[in-house]
Design a binder for this molecule. Structure first.
Ligand code: SF4
Ligand code: FES
Length: 257
């Protein structure tokens, strides 16, 4: 990494160095794919000037806005909340908006590819529909019976803690698309759907746990998990994905939830 110091004041006096910002050159090696141009993907390199606070998303923006407007990727919040910019960066699933360039060795070209296991639409954009279809199947909503309640459903702190971890999911698909079972069998529900089933199965206010467990007891359900921990390593929210899957498996056997 060749660092360059830029002064951000007109003065060249030594004290002005205090406000100086170091920049460096970084090369992104991006997997490009446009089915209207070629059936085969290609690799393309772009070098940009970056700063210590820049993330992979900032470099992608720079390329798109200043060099090649056709570069296609998803992003919305740019702050790790919406889950739309999961991509494979240097071979690992990460959110581009939460990955600082300086943290992933900018001395070498940084590879950026779409997440695996889902059809690529263009460049870094994949078709998320199979992912969301699995999510919808596990009924990701609270199910209760009886009359509309006249007051809120009360829950103890301990009951709430039971599923706290899995409420943090932002549906980025980093876990599901890092799962070798999902790569080879696109029918497998995948970790994210199971995480979101966990979130309701262990919610004391919900009444559809048995139904969800039946859905996940399917041959493409929770039993396909081979406990490789890729999902836990990939999750940008730090959710213990494999543990949640294990808890769902156990609940299926014991019917205790
Ligand atoms: S569990 Fe983590 S990696 Fe998987 S979809 Fe949710 S936030 Fe993303
Ligand atoms: S752009 Fe929203 S999580 Fe990265």
């Amino acid at each position: 990494m060749t660092a360059v110091v830029e002064e951000n004041t007109a003065s060249s006096a030594p004290e002005s160095q205090a406000g100086a910002v170091a920049s460096f050159e970084v090369t992104l090696r991006i997997r490009r794919y446009n089915p209207e141009v070629s059936a085969e993907p290609t690799w393309e390199e772009h070098t940009v000037t970056a700063y210590g606070t820049d993330r992979v998303l900032d470099a992608l923006h720079k390329i798109k806005w200043e060099t090649d407007g056709s570069l296609t990727f998803r992003r919305s919040c740019a702050h790790g909340v919406c889950g739309s910019d999961a991509m494979r960066i240097n071979g690992r699933n990460r959110l581009a908006c939460k990955t600082l360039l300086k943290d992933i060795n900018p001395d070498k070209p940084i590879t950026v590819e779409p997440i695996k296991g889902l059809p690529v639409v263009k460049d870094l954009v994949v078709d998320m529909e199979p992912f969301f279809a699995s999510y919808r199947e596990i009924m990701p909503f609270l199910v209760t019976s009886g009359n509309e309640p006249s007051r809120e459903h009360l829950q103890s702190q301990a009951d709430r803690d039971r599923f706290d971890d899995t409420t943090k999911c932002i549906l980025c698909a980093a876990c599901t698309s890092s799962c070798p079972v999902f790569w080879t069998d696109g029918q497998y529900f995948g970790p994210a759907a199971i995480v979101n089933a966990h979130r309701f199965i262990f919610d004391s206010r919900d009444e559809a746990a048995t139904q969800r467990l039946e859905i996940l007891n399917d041959k493409e359900g929770v039993w396909r998990c081979r406990t490789t921990f890729n999902c836990t390593e990939a999750c940008p929210r730090g959710i213990e994905v494999t543990k949640a899957i294990q808890e769902v498996k156990r609940a299926m056997i014991t019917r205790a939830f």
